[in-house]
Design a protein around this ligand. Structure first.
Ligand SMILES: [Zn+2]
Length: 85
């Protein structure tokens, strides 16, 4: 009994991490919290690679968070190289 409750608490605690990351990109916190609690390894990778949803035509630099064109290959401020999205 105690073990199941402990695992549940740890799962929901870990789920907070992808939830915070996704909410920074304009996603719904509560949805990503549940997602992260159930499928933490998948959610954490997914949260890392999703683009920002609140600005069309721009993406946020993965290093300094500056909004840059979706077509940019490097961040104009810090030089961060975009891979994939
Ligand atoms: Zn940057």
């Amino acid at each position: 009994m105690g073990t199941i409750i402990t695992i549940a608490i740890i799962s929901f605690g870990m789920g907070l991490l992808p939830a915070f990351m996704a909410s920074q990109k304009g996603r719904r916190f509560i949805v990503w919290w549940a997602y992260g609690a159930v499928l933490f390894p998948v959610a954490i990778v997914h949260a890392l690679f999703i683009g920002a949803s609140f600005k069309r035509g721009t993406k946020n630099c993965g290093y300094c968070r500056m909004a840059v064109s979706v077509n940019a290959t490097h961040c104009p401020r810090c030089g961060y190289e975009f891979i994939g999205n």
